[in-house]
Design a protein around this ligand. Sequence first.
Ligand SMILES: NC(=O)c1ccc[n+]([C@@H]2O[C@H](COP(=O)([O-])OP(=O)(O)OC[C@H]3O[C@@H](n4cnc5c(N)ncnc54)[C@H](O)[C@@H]3O)[C@@H](O)[C@H]2O)c1
Length: 254
Amino acid sequence: MARFAGQRALVTGGAAGIGLATARALAAEGARLALLDIDAARLEAAAAELHAAGAEALPILGSVAGPEPVAEAFARIDARWGGLDILVNNAGVIGKRAALDLTDEDWARVMRINLDGVFFCAREAGRRMVAQGSGAIVNLGSIYSLVAAPERLAYCASKAAVAAMTKVLAIEWAAHGVRVNAVAPGYVETDLIGAAVRAGELDTAPLVRRTPVGRLARPEEIARAILFLLDPANAYVTGHVLAVDGGWTAYGYV
Ligand SMILES: NC(=O)c1ccc[n+]([C@@H]2O[C@H](COP(=O)([O-])OP(=O)(O)OC[C@H]3O[C@@H](n4cnc5c(N)ncnc54)[C@H](O)[C@@H]3O)[C@@H](O)[C@H]2O)c1
């Protein structure tokens, strides 16, 4: 029996990168997949791919960055499936600028998507999951939920707050059968990183040297950790932030 057979899952930012790898992995284990993303072309391609692989896929064009579009997305899921069992709060953006140069707009953009978006989606999912007495949520944190990097004030603050939100929601909803966990990936080979490299904002060579495992992560490796946290067999795991970072946050030497 597939681990997630028939389960109704929403992956935000599911059209690319870690989100798409997670959607593929969930679909391969029997889940039905709703994808909420702002990239129309990639969204359609992702849904077509999942459908061709035999999964039920519901592409929803929209943003996590506001309560109204999120409520509309959940209404679409309700209309199709009558509820939700799994939420992967994955949509996120980065921003690189020294703290003293950070504009209100820079700050607001990262916070709106990375933090407010996680709250809006978790609140909609929690209402449904608490009412039905079951559900699992995984939020995308980062190594920067746990440690710091210069010129990434908004990103680090947003991801640290996601870790805190994960724990609060976990303890509020545990008695209702709803688990809330987070993964904290190191650097992963996705377009998020590729775009920063192309923009001259990131050099992966020192990052690889800084990583004990000696390479960046593949999106599928993060997806596997997400599925572990979502797996109903791991019912005693909640409120946990799981580093999937090749040893990055363990490393404290020269
Ligand atoms: N790639 C990494 O190295 C890395 C490391 C740690 C954590 N993360 C986190 O993992 C998550 C996914 O990262 P990724 O590398 O796969 O990114 P990505 O840029 O490859 O994909 C992100 C997806 O989210 C979508 N998206 C962006 N803004 C959105 C919005 N407002 N509403 C809905 N969808 C939106 C994009 O269109 C895209 O399809 C993010 O939260 C990121 O912070 C990534």
